[in-house]
Ligand binder design. Sequence first.
Ligand SMILES: NC(=O)c1ccc[n+]([C@@H]2O[C@H](COP(=O)([O-])OP(=O)(O)OC[C@H]3O[C@@H](n4cnc5c(N)ncnc54)[C@H](O)[C@@H]3O)[C@@H](O)[C@H]2O)c1
Length: 258
Amino acid sequence: MTDRVAVVVGGASGIGAAIVRGLAADGYRVTAADRALDGAVALAGSLGPEHRAERVEITDEESVSALFDAVADREGRLDVAVNCAGVNALGLVTELPADKFRRVVDVCLTGAWLVVKHAARRMAPGGSILSLSSLNSRQPGIGMGAYCAAKAGLSMLTEVAALELAPKGIRVNAIAPGLVVTPLTAGALDVPGVKEDYLDNTPLGRAGTPEEVAEAAVYISRAQWLTGEVLDLNGGAHMMRYPNVHAHVTSAYESVGD
Ligand SMILES: NC(=O)c1ccc[n+]([C@@H]2O[C@H](COP(=O)([O-])OP(=O)(O)OC[C@H]3O[C@@H](n4cnc5c(N)ncnc54)[C@H](O)[C@@H]3O)[C@@H](O)[C@H]2O)c1
């Protein structure tokens, strides 16, 4: 065990929870932060008393700032910040209600920026900030305008922040996963045809696991010469096309109505 300290926002579930476990195994004292506090508490408790949980709502700047204040006060340093919070909303550009579009952008882009902003302010040279972008930052998906736009913005934000923070010795990177089976994707994957379409468009022919994303996150946290990188981690899916999830969902609803 070293004295290195990590915070994983969105750390209660899915990819974030795997990253909490991966960084803890790599010797960090990890704070799992999430709006779902119970899940974060259970995860941190399962890993040992040096690991902690905090509630955070990343669309609220005061909440994000208070999280990093609490970690700095308790731990005395911050080496790694990872943001895994994300939400999706399916709907065509001509149909999606504005409040749903705003919510996705608020969590996936504005919230991610708040994490970068308030983590970087508490970091010393050597710090690492990692965001979870998506295959959808470079591949458009029909009915996924809000998510695709937010994740494309997050990938560019990663590069801008990497440029601005390099003189302070802080690295900023992102991982852009393809399909990983988690609570976020479970609902869509239950729709007939969706998983098959994903896998037909994934050269390695399978979904990734949260643990495979966590391995990359641990590597990026160590990689002292890596900054401004958005890592495609998707079994080669970025070389193919994104499935038409909207068409599968629409036809599933139509057949329920038959
Ligand atoms: N699962 C995939 O296939 C996939 C693919 C590409 C990118 N991603 C991205 O990876 C990240 C993690 O996804 P996941 O599949 O593990 O999802 P998940 O739903 O399992 O976990 C997301 C976590 O973020 C938390 N969260 C959501 N909104 C929040 C908010 N406003 N404030 C604080 N916490 C909040 C949730 O409570 C949850 O614990 C997301 O950013 C997602 O967009 C996932």
